[in-house]
Each structure stands twice: as structure tokens, then as C-alpha cells.
Design a protein around this ligand. Structure first.
Ligand SMILES: Cc1ncc(C[n+]2csc(CCOP(=O)(O)OP(=O)(O)O)c2C)c(N)n1
Ligand code: SF4
Length: 287
């Protein structure tokens, strides 16, 4: 069966007109459509934030989880049924603040999910507090005199933590972003895409133009090979994190294939490891 682009359309977005998150949703829908993925074979798990609403606006199975907890929920779903295409999504506050630990552990484990972070350098749903990716000096409701902190560098963290696919996109370049999401979904392993997705209501500094003026597009550098982690790290650091394109990709054994008893099939289709009799003998022995 073939699917129409409209098959991936969920509830009508309530985002502000011009919000960068529209492009992320549109590109995810385009990517799923171009890959011909059945909506019922996909699960979008999101955290809390304006960005977190994406699981409602995309038509598939969905789980609008807790603030910062999209990755552990997505990990559980992926392990329970490795046949599903599992997307975790949220904001920079969600993923790099309260949820940062999950990001690092999913990367080193190589959980087979695509993780999309809509990075607008601010907490938007809560009306404009600084976030981990806000630049030093950023003035917000919680930093009226400017942030005193150096900003967090998600690509460097992803590379250092062992992510097997690292990319960055921009809501102002939907062609590239669609291709990145397609590549991330097709990649077997933990795929991280940081997307510059401006908040047009609460962040008047990091606007579409602000990003456009700074971005260095790796697609225009034909000699760049994304297979060398050290080179990728150097490239990201050299460019102060504003590269777009596929930054790093490697093949590595998947997390669920490393766990004893977990098969490449849904848990519901996997025969129990013990018979009822064996189970009762064991419980009698130890309980
Ligand atoms: C445990 C917990 N702490 C705090 C909050 C309040 N809260 C909701 S969304 C949010 C930040 C949203 O920012 P971000 O993740 O960057 O997403 P955006 O709204 O910018 O898309 C916070 C702090 C919450 N819902 N739950
Ligand atoms: S507040 Fe900002 S991030 Fe939230 S919907 Fe509006 S523009 Fe988008």
C-alpha cells in the first residue's frame, strides 16, 4: 500500500505563525512519506514544550511523555518492538536540560531511535527563560542581566558520548532537513539531529536571519567525509557548532541486539524464555 503525504497529518498545530517547529513537523512528514513508512509502523515520543506537541500533530502512534523523558520512553518502545520506527523529539530545554543524562546514555548504548531536538535557544512554552543552549549574556526572564553561563554544545556531546549518527539542520532549509531526517531514520542506531528551530515570539535574538548568517553548510563541502569521529569533532569545534548536514555516521551493534533475551521481533511475538513449570521451580527456589 502506498501512502499520501496527508496520511501523516495529525491534529492541527497550535504553534505561533512563523514558528520554526512547523518546518520540523513538515520535514518529518515529508521524510516518512518519501520513505513510504506506514503511519502504524511509527511512534513519535515527545517531551514537554512547544516542541513536544509534535507527537500530536504527526499521525502515527504517539506518546506525549514527561519533561525530559522522551528518550527512556522511546527506548522502552523500541526494545519492546524493534520493528517500529521510533522517533523521540523535544526542545533544547527538554533534551539538554532536564533530560541530558538520557541523551548521553542512549548515544553510548546505540539505541535504534531517531532523536530530533528543536533547538531555539530558549524555553518557549513557559514564555521565555534561558536554556542550556542560550549564549552567554542572553537576556531572558530568568537572566535579566544576561546569562552567566557558557552555552552547551550538543554536537560535541553527541560525538563524545558515542552517537552513531550526528547531524544538524535548520528550519529555514527544509530540503536539507527532510534529507537529514530520512537519513537518520534509515540509519541503524542512535541518530541525533539538532535542528535550529527559531521561536519567533520569545527569542528576538536567535532569529531565522541570525542562524542563516552563521550557518556553514557541510553539503557544500564535497571533500568532507563523515566517517571520522575525531575529524568530525574538530570540524564542529572549529565552526563553533553552526555546521549543518551529516556530521558523523558509523555502523555499530544495536542496543537491543546486545540484550539477552531480546529478539528482532515484538515482545508479544517472542515465546517466553521459561515454561510455566520452570518459572514455578525458580520462584519456589528463590522466593
Ligand atoms: C518536571 C518539569 N519541570 C518543569 C516543567 C516546566 N516546563 C515545561 S516546558 C519547559 C521548557 C520548554 O522548553 P524547550 O524544551 O526548549 O521547548 P520549547 O517550548 O522551546 O519548544 C519547562 C521548563 C515541566 N513541565 N516539568
Ligand atoms: S512560543 Fe515560540 S516555540 Fe512556542 S509556538 Fe510560539 S514561536 Fe513556537
Amino acid at each position: 500500500m502506498s501512502y499520501k503525504l496527508t496520511d501523516y497529518r495529525g491534529s492541527r498545530p497550535t504553534w505561533c505563525p512563523g514558528c520554526g517547529h512547523f518546518a520540523v513537523l513538515g520535514c518529518l512528514q515529508q521524510a516518512a512519506y518519501q520513505l513510504g513508512l506506514p503511519p502504524e509502523s511509527m511512534v513519535v515520543v515527545s517531551g514537554i514544550g512547544c516542541s513536544g506537541k509534535i507527537s500530536q500533530h504527526f499521525n502515527s502512534y504517539g506518546f506525549h511523555s514527561l519533561h525530559g523523558r522522551s528518550i527512556p520512553v522511546a527506548t522502552g518502545i523500541q526494545i519492546s518492538n524493534p520493528n517500529l520506527t521510533v522517533i523521540a523529539a523535544g526542545g533544547d530545554g527538554d533534551g539538554y536540560g532536564i533530560g541530558l543524562n538520557h541523551f548521553i546514555h542512549a548515544a553510548r548504548r546505540n539505541v535504534n531511535i531517531t532523536y530530533i531536538v528543536m533547538d531555539n535557544h530558549i524555553y518557549s512554552l513557559t514564555t521565555g527563560q534561558y536554556s542550556p543552549t542560550s549564549r552567554k549574556g542572553f537576556v531572558s526572564k530568568t537572566t535579566p542581566k544576561g546569562s552567566a553561563e557558557m552555552h552547551l554544545r550538543p554536537l560535541e556531546i553527541a560525538l563524545a558520548a558515542g552517537a552513531s549518527f550526528v547531524a544538524q539542520g535548520f528550519s529555514g532549509d527544509v530540503k536539507q532537513l527532510t534529507n537529514l531526517i530520512k537519513a537518520a531514520i534509515e540509519h541503524k542506531g542512535f541518530s541525533h539531529i539538532n535542528v535550529f528551530s527559531p521561536c519567533v515570539t520569545f527569542n528576538k535574538i536567535n532569529t531565522f536571519d541570525w542562524f542563516r548568517e552563521r550557518i556553514i553548510n557541510l553539503d557544500q563541502q564535497e571533500d568532507y567525509q563523515p566517517s571520522d569521529r575525531l575529524q568530525a569533532l574538530a570540524k564542529v569545534m572549529e565552526a563553533d557548532g553552526v555546521l549543518t548536514g551529516i556530521i558523523y555516521q558509523e555502523e555499530r551493534k544495536l542496543f537491543h541486539n546486545e540484550i539477552a533475551g531480546v529478539k528482532d521481533q515484538a515482545l508479544t511475538e517472542t515465546p517466553p524464555a521459561l515454561t510455566q513449570e520452570q518459572f514455578e521451580q525458580l520462584t519456589a527456589q528463590y522466593c
